[in-house]
Ligand binder design. Structure first.
Ligand SMILES: Cc1cc2nc3c(=O)[nH]c(=O)nc-3n(C[C@H](O)[C@H](O)[C@H](O)COP(=O)(O)OP(=O)(O)OC[C@H]3O[C@@H](n4cnc5c(N)ncnc54)[C@H](O)[C@@H]3O)c2cc1C
Length: 378
């Protein structure tokens, strides 16, 4: 007999797995279908910065996205503690802030100009001198003239997070089925799922949490959401203990120190690219950017380089909720672009409530899938 579930989540990146954990609290029978072996999760490629202060962009979703980012940042300490406790493993969560460095007056002016809009949104951020920045981070270059300190930002190790969430989901929420969903076919109100490993399942409700992967034709009767890949390359250097202590963002690169001794340097961004090749010149550019901020990094050996595909949307905000003009029982949990790790806790909590019909905890309307109706996306 075919296995049957209340809810099938397509995609086992940070979003799909965090949602499976949250649904468990709503007492739903869940399966996660994940093609990580064929379609590597962006989560595996992420640097793990939890940094809404540096991700407020122009555009009409900037304030909404910042507020959602700040809400998530507030949830992170408790989320990290419960993940670590349940998985019995560290995910390297640290809340020691971000330092954005400037080499000249123009760059310092741009950082300074970001403070009033941040303050208006309730974020703490202050300009400090180059010397003060070097007191916090002794490896910074003498050329660093000033810095913006965002003391509330945090970071996590996304690979450890993914491993911990996998363990929690498999042990307490439902199976993680290592296969690609090839087709979801309507069967009365439910869906029949055809998987790449030959298995067939049935699910009452579907959640598409498939990151940047193409979804056209995947679910019967559903128009594909406007999510496109935005490729990013990064690398890790092997760092002596404590060389860089907190996240440093410089004009040409960011530097994220991890507890296992890796210094993650990122990242490029190419909209619309969906290959995972890593370009030597791009890596050299990131290394130059890192060395300009912290010269000692120029001598550090490279441990690894990689590329990942961010799930980008036309307005840089995620697409969360019931599909527009479609069946009642299909939901999107997509398009977290540069901030999927940051935005996982509230996305999971709020969507779990929406899917199970519980009292709303967060207003997801600004992220509703139907906001692109009327030709707002390409
Ligand atoms: C270089 C880089 C740096 C980044 N740095 C940060 C950062 O510092 N902070 C931050 O918050 N975010 C960062 N991001 C963004 C973050 O990685 C993403 O927003 C987030 O990982 C998206 O999570 P997801 O679960 O939606 O997708 P993914 O992690 O991509 O997971 C999607 C999963 O769906 C599976 N899948 C797809 N199609 C199917 C199918 N048909 N059947 C079954 N399974 C399927 C895939 O195999 C995959 O495992 C970064 C991204 C990159 C590339």
């Amino acid at each position: 007999m075919r296995k049957s579930f209340d809810i099938a989540i397509i995609g086992g990146g940070v979003i799909g797995l965090a949602l499976a954990c949250a649904l468990r609290r709503e007492k739903a029978r869940v399966a996660v279908i994940d093609a990580a072996a064929d379609i590597p999760p962006a989560t595996d490629a992420a640097a793990g910065m939890l940094a809404p202060s540096f991700e407020v962009r122009d555009g009409n979703m900037a304030d909404t996205l910042y507020a959602f980012g700040a809400q998530n940042l507030e949830m992170w300490p408790a989320f990290a503690a419960s993940v670590e406790e349940e998985a019995g493993a560290s995910i390297d969560f640290r809340d020691d802030g971000t330092l954005g460095v400037a080499f000249d007056d123009v760059q310092a002016g741009a950082l300074q100009a970001s403070i009033p809009p941040l303050a208006a949104l309730g974020a703490r951020a202050e300009m400090i001198s180059g010397d003060e920045a070097r007191r916090l981070e002794p490896a910074l270059s003498p050329s660093v003239a000033a810095a913006l300190l965002a003391p509330d930002d945090a970071q996590v190790d996304p690979r450890k997070l993914l491993a911990a969430l996998r363990r929690i989901v498999a042990e307490t929420a439902g199976p993680i089925i290592a296969a690609r969903l090839e087709k979801a076919e309507k069967q009365n109100r439910a869906y029949g799922l055809v998987l790449s490993n030959g298995e067939r399942l049935a699910a009452d409700t579907l959640v598409l949490a498939s990151g940047a992967a193409a979804t056209a034709g995947l679910i019967e009767d559903i128009e594909p959401p406007p999510v496109a890949p935005a490729k990013g390359e990064a690398l890790a250097l092997a760092m002596p203990y404590g060389l860089i202590r907190r996240v440093v963002r410089a004009p040409g690169a960011y530097l994220c120190p991890k507890a296992d001794g890796r210094l993650v340097i990122g990242a490029t961004e190419y909209r619309g690219r969906d290959d995972l090749t890593v370009d030597d010149a791009a890596i050299a550019g990131l290394r130059r950017g890192a060395a300009a901020a912290a010269p000692a990094t120029a001598e550090l050996p490279e441990g690894e380089r990689w590329a990942g595909l961010r799930p980008a949307t036309p307005d840089a905000a995620p697409i969360l909720g019931r599909v527009p003009r479609g069946p009642e029982n299909v939901f999107f949990a997509l398009g977290h672009h540069r901030n999927g790790v940051l935005l996982a806790p509230a996305t999971a909590q709020a969507l779990a409530r929406e899917i199970t019909g519980g009292a709303p905890v967060t207003d997801l309307k600004p992220f509703a899938p139907d906001r692109f109706d009327g030709g707002g996306h390409g």
